[in-house]
Ligand binder design. Structure first.
Ligand code: 0O2
Ligand code: 0O2
Length: 225
């Protein structure tokens, strides 16, 4: 167990640091009064039980090693949720211009959705963690998806546990149809994006200073009478 803790420590460091940095990107947009393409960020280090399952799947020994670090690219996992499909490209663009990580691979499961119906954009990055023994390069998987894609993936993931990856044909078909419905919802929301964003800007302003608006509204009302 001590060996695993030592092996996983820099992954935890990478997840914690990346979360802070990506949440920081969101705050920067907010500070500039610009709609953030990032809605929220989560992160996790892959639990040992899931690492074990993956080693069985890939036929590699379940032991902390260089080989494991190389073959399991998602021991450090970050998820960035966006409101609109178009935001995903913006976020990927922001990642491509960062100097503190190196993109190793990009997987577009939005244009090429998985057989299951899964949609998401994955970016595998190499991220340097500073340890007391020097710098260590850590692989991390960043999944970027809309709220609707995330909703579908979370539920399908829970069902996966129940059916242990082998869905009855009927459930499989219904999940595929649900994934399509989620994507249509995304497309519909994108089409009314400007209206939504205008309403959000109004809501944020109103939330910050409800008194002013209330007064203005009442005054406006009186003036009309
Ligand atoms: P705030 O002020 O709530 O936005 P953490 O250790 O808490 O930073 P963790 O454990 O990786 O992060 O993930 P967690 O706790 O599941 O969620 C991280 C952030 O995403 C939290 O916000 C949650 O509130 C937010 N979040 C999770 N699910 C949703 C969701 O469905 N919709 C929205 N809008 N936000 C969600 P923070 O960063 O703690 O701060
Ligand atoms: P968990 O529990 O989220 O960690 P890999 O299998 O990772 O060696 P592959 O197939 O190239 O190699 O990976 P992929 O498909 O690019 O990314 C794997 C991760 O994407 C999964 O991690 C899931 O998080 C997510 N994912 C991929 N396909 C699906 C799907 O059909 N449904 C859902 N809900 N998520 C999916 P893990 O380790 O499988 O799971």
């Amino acid at each position: 167990m001590g060996q695993w803790n030592r092996f996983l420590a820099p992954y935890k460091e990478a997840v914690d640091e990346l979360k802070v940095k990506f949440k920081g990107m969101r705050s920067q947009f907010e500070n500039e009064n610009t709609n953030s393409p990032i809605e929220f960020v989560t992160g996790r280090v892959k639990p040992l039980a899931s690492i074990y399952d993956k080693t069985l799947e890939k036929g590699i020994p379940f032991e902390p090693s260089e080989k494991l670090a190389h073959q399991l690219q998602d021991i450090a996992g970050i998820r960035m949720m966006c409101q609109f499909v178009g935001d995903i490209e913006t976020v990927v663009g922001l990642l491509r211009q960062r100097k503190d990580l190196r993109i190793i691979e990009e997987k577009d499961y939005i244009s090429n959705e998985k057989q299951s119906g899964y949609r998401s954009y994955h970016v595998i990055v190499e991220y340097p963690v500073q340890t007391i023994n020097g710098e260590q390069l850590i692989l991390a998987e960043i999944q970027i998806r809309t709220l609707a894609m995330n909703f579908w993936a979370s539920i399908e993931h829970s069902l996966n546990y129940k059916y242990k990856g082998v869905f009855p044909e009927e459930i499989k078909n219904r999940l595929q149809r649900a994934a399509e419905a989620a994507f249509q919802l995304d497309e519909e929301m994108s089409q009314i994006r400007d209206e939504i964003q205008e309403a959000q800007a109004y809501f944020t302003e109103f939330k910050d200073s409800p008194g002013t608006h209330f007064r203005n509204d009442r005054e406006g009302g009186r003036a009309e009478r």
